[in-house]
Ligand binder design. Structure first.
Ligand SMILES: NC(=O)CCC(=O)C(=O)O
Length: 258
């Protein structure tokens, strides 16, 4: 199963330009024979939180229209990273997942809001897991700061996820945490982790890519350089069962203790 990680720069507070770029990159990934494409976090507006009233996608309609149209035309599954949305008078950081027939199969609002980037001042938090099925395989999706909560990943792997997607805008200053935590989450949950960060700068932070695809045994299959790029990785899903058989972490859990 070929996955394409779309690591891009994001124009601050400029959904029109970001939509143009995302469409171009998804088309390119489809030409490269990807079956699943993955976008970064908040790709429509970036962290231009003070202007969300003007720029957030109302009920996600623009994003859903774009992703369903492209997924159907190109017959490709799209893990839509996340976009800023306005729903019921609240703003959210929302992931949409669309399958290759153009059907919207998941919608997830980021559960853990990141205070260091002011999310708690502007956004409302989600309260549901994000599990979906593509090609008969259960998968999960969380967003950026969610990475610091191992319980949230364990909840998704216990619900069956064999791949967990992590779109992000994770600043360069803490990229060491990003890399170590992604690898740890893959090893402890014995699943694939597909994590897509951005590059470039916004008024408050600079971002240096390091998007990663990690196997269930912890091997790093791909790392994005500090530039716009499309990372292509072929995943062998049998690796998940093989690793889970070798060290049966899920069976060995002491649920009587914790
Ligand atoms: N956009 C985010 O959630 C950033 C999370 C982050 O940078 C961290 O260190 O955690």
């Amino acid at each position: 199963m070929r996955i394409a990680c779309i690591q891009i720069n994001i124009a601050f507070g400029n959904p029109k330009e970001n939509i143009r770029k995302v469409e171009e990159k998804i088309r390119k990934a489809a030409m490269l024979n990807a079956k699943i494409v993955v976008l970064p976090e908040m790709w429509n507006t970036g962290y231009d939180l003070t202007n969300l009233e003007l720029t957030a996608d109302v009920n996600g309609e623009e994003t859903k229209n774009l992703l369903t149209r492209l997924a159907k035309e190109l017959q490709i599954h799209i893990i839509g990273g996340s976009v800023s949305t306005k729903k019921n008078n609240h703003f959210y950081n929302t992931m949409y997942v669309v399958n290759n027939t153009g059907e919207l199969i998941a919608e997830y609002d980021k559960a853990h809001l990141f205070k260091l980037m002011d999310e708690h001042l502007y956004l409302a938090a989600g309260s549901s897991k994000n599990i979906f099925t593509l090609n008969d395989i259960a998968m999960g999706g969380v967003i950026c700061y969610d990475l610091r909560f191992p319980e949230w990943f364990r909840a998704h792997s216990l619900a069956g996820a064999k791949i967990i997607f992590v779109p992000a805008q994770w600043p360069a200053t803490r990229v060491d945490h990003w890399k170590i935590l992604l690898q740890a989450r893959a090893i402890e949950n014995q699943c694939f982790i597909v994590a897509v960060n951005r590059v470039g700068e916004d008024p408050n932070n600079s971002f240096n890519g390091n998007s990663m695809v990690i196997a269930p045994w912890g091997e790093v299959l791909w790392v994005g350089a500090d530039e716009e790029t499309i990372g292509l990785v072929d995943l062998n899903m049998d690796d998940v069962e093989e690793v889970r058989k070798k060290i049966p972490v899920f069976k060995d859990r002491r649920v009587d203790l914790y």
